[in-house]
Design a protein around this ligand. Structure first.
Ligand code: NAP
Length: 322
């Protein structure tokens, strides 16, 4: 039995692991994909206090090694379900220290069981740090053409499009960074956004405006994906309803994220968009269960806020455990 199980090895989960371990707790981190979360796709992290510039991959690797070296167990196993079962024995002193929560008081603290595709693990406190996944356009052919002209990761796939014509869809920092990155290698980059103002950082917009091979296609949405076996062109529609076809070799979709919270939905309350409900103390609606990072209800989703959530969730879990 572990003191703490953290689901997700992104910046929030690994930060929670560091804080949990340093508080003297046994910590297991479970991750179904690869460590690092979404930050591994960011070419350069320039806004994390204390770090001037570093690749997202390098940042994630450092965080992973830090958590592991401190003593966190990190297993690459996909969590398929979680449940609350039975009680763990806590000492009278712990019981006396507990904060009076329904399940946190007396000698009846629950045990949480986390089932992966391979094993089952038990813990006294559970932290969801499951992050978010790429939002899809939802167009016909999107799935079939993914990997054959359609990509959600410019840093992973951009090199395949050297000297080719590509489009990026989205108006946040990810789309702006992707367009900037691709403009280093590609012949031409269309940046398609549904409004005329960008949500992402102005510094990135300024940099893009200086690139001769970047074309802004504003007030427009992608309406169709065409190609046999691989993407050959896309159709776009502007706010006046005019449609046109753009011949492109690649389309990079960067239209935001959706929370990855399916595994938590039977246990804790969510908002209408599927984010796990919790305030700045990262406590969910279930005592002993905490949430950190992009999957939590909040207004600012950044690397810094994910790391901050990790620290808060772990310390709240430590307090709960006594
Ligand atoms: P985001 O900020 O949520 O932006 C998503 C963009 O996609 C928005 O411009 C949105 O348009 C557009 N969009 C959403 N649904 C769409 C649809 N169905 N069709 C067409 N367009 C659609 O997502 P993100 O850029 O991935 O960034 C996520 C978070 O990570 C943000 O907090 C961001 O600041 C952060 N981030 C930070 C950095 C960095 O600091 N270096 C880098 C990347 C990301 P509207 O604007 O019209 O809503």
């Amino acid at each position: 039995m572990y003191d703490m199980i953290i689901i997700g090895a992104g910046p929030a989960g690994l930060s929670a692991a560091i804080y949990g371990i340093r508080a003297g707790k046994s910590v297991l981190v479970l991750e179904g994909k690869t460590y690092g979360g979404q930050i591994i796709n960011t070419p350069e992290v320039e806004n994390y206090p204390g770090i001037k510039k570093m690749s997202g991959f390098e940042f994630a690797k450092g965080l992973y090694e830090q958590a592991k070296d401190l003593g966190a167990q990190i297993k690459m196993e996909k969590v398929v379900s979680v449940e609350k079962s039975g009680n763990r024995e806590i000492s009278d002193m712990e019981a006396a220290q507990s904060d009076g929560n329904e399940e946190g008081s007396g000698n009846d603290a629950p045990v949480f069981v986390v089932n992966t595709s391979k094993n089952s693990y038990e813990c006294g406190a559970l932290i969801f740090a499951t992050g978010a996944k790429n939002r899809l356009l939802g167009l016909a052919g999107e799935q079939e053409l993914t990997g054959a002209g359609i990509s959600y990761c410019a840093t992973c796939d951009g090199m395949f499009y050297r000297d080719k014509v590509v489009a990026v869809n989205g108006g946040g920092s990810t789309a702006l960074e992707d367009a900037l990155f691709l403009s280093n290698y590609c012949k031409e980059v269309y940046l398609i956004h549904r409004r005329d103002a960008f949500r992402g950082e102005q510094k990135l917009v300024d940099a893009l405006e200086k690139r001769e091979n970047v074309r802004f296609v504003l007030n427009s949405v992608v309406t169709g994906l065409m190609g046999e076996g691989k993407l050959e062109s896309i159709s776009i529609k502007n706010k006046d309803g005019e449609e046109k076809t753009l011949k492109v070799d690649g389309l990079f979709i960067a239209i935001g994220q959706e929370p990855e919270t399916a595994v938590a939905k039977e246990m804790v309350a969510m908002d209408e968009k599927g984010y796990i409900q919790a305030g700045e103390d990262c406590r969910t609606t279930v005592p002993g269960v905490f949430v950190a990072g992009d999957c939590r209800t909040k207004t600012v989703r950044q690397l810094t806020t994910a790391a901050a959530d990790g620290a808060v969730a772990a310390l709240m879990a430590v307090e709960y455990l006594g």
